[in-house]
Design a protein around this ligand. Sequence first.
Ligand code: CTP
Length: 399
Amino acid sequence: MKILLGVTGGIAAYKAAELARLLVKAGHSVRCCLTDAGSRFITPLTLATLTGEPCFGANPDYHEWRPNPKVEHVDLAKWADLVAVVPATADIMGKTANGLADDLLSTILLAARGKILWAPAMNQAMWAHPAVQANVTRLQGFGHAFVNPVEGLLACGDEGAGKLADVSEIFEAIQTLLAPRIPILADRHILITAGPTREDLDPVRTLTNRSTGSMGVELARAFRNAGVRVHLVLGGDLKGPSGVEVVRVRSAQDMLEACQALWPDMDGLVAAAAVADQRPEHCAPEKVKKQEGPETLVLVRTPDILATLASQKKAGQWVIGFAAESEHHLAHAQSKLEKKGLDAILVNDISGDRGFGFQANTLTPITKTGPHPSLGPAPKGELAQAVVAWWGQRLSAGS
Ligand code: CTP
């Protein structure tokens, strides 16, 4: 997609360079436009080098791309699928909110046809000022998106909400705005389980598995991008994507309880968690001492979260499970589909060292009608998008 990155005058302008790099790496075409004040904090050469595109701005020395200089702002506004202003000052927001345009960036912002995202950064008292907040509300009323400033130590030495949000959060917000929504999934509520569970033996030892949870986190991101309201019940240490409601859990029992509290209000479930099938019969309150001779650990079964939720399914709810299989993949997965009462199961071949933490992966969907063409091999982010697209098509086809 085509992104115009507007950079205005604030100390956080240097962070626009990192954002430009991430956007280019994600495959977007990025052109930058500096305001005069922005160009005092970061140079056009930095942004042009990172994006491989000329940098635009108030200074005629770096107006390189001029198919028709008289209407440059209109050309750039038409070109962009999204204009992101990072960092955004009170000044540029105030101008756009009130229809003022006295330089290239502010004219682009009025002429823009695509989406507009603001990531403001300023002194906390300025951000809290009713005039600035009124402008923000006005811009939101035009349909513009915001990644609000966060609390922190500001360049002026004050502390408060005024610091530019993390570049990764701004990047995620841009990706979400640009991703095509899948109408049949949009605004639905989906529950995703992800990550390993941990079953404690004593205060220092635990039983767990090699799952990182990355597939479930990527699925949460891909469903969110499709317009879904995602509730992620997450074991392990990974961070949940922004814009996703995350409930952190430790054991299988914790995961079941968190899921059961959410499930009645959900439209669907994707169970990607690597749930421990057994837990120690007892968790010792103190660290267990080693003993002479053979030692025995008594294990008992944990609840099957997927099977439990599938058995409580109401009309209209759907359930997708995962099967990590090292042999007879399709036959084992087909029998799990039937036994657990699922609408679909995604089979992950974990023979050899595949599946866990490895980047490229393949998933074969199976439904009641049998196996479907495999998705991948692809990195987990792309694979998750393919799963969401596949499921969206199935739901649209009414099957
Ligand atoms: N699952 C679950 N709760 C469990 C075990 C598994 O919700 N206690 C879910 C997983 O999230 C996955 C699916 O069930 O979606 C299949 O998990 P898997 O470990 O492959 O299968 P099991 O049913 O545990 O069978 P087995 O270990 O015999 O392969």
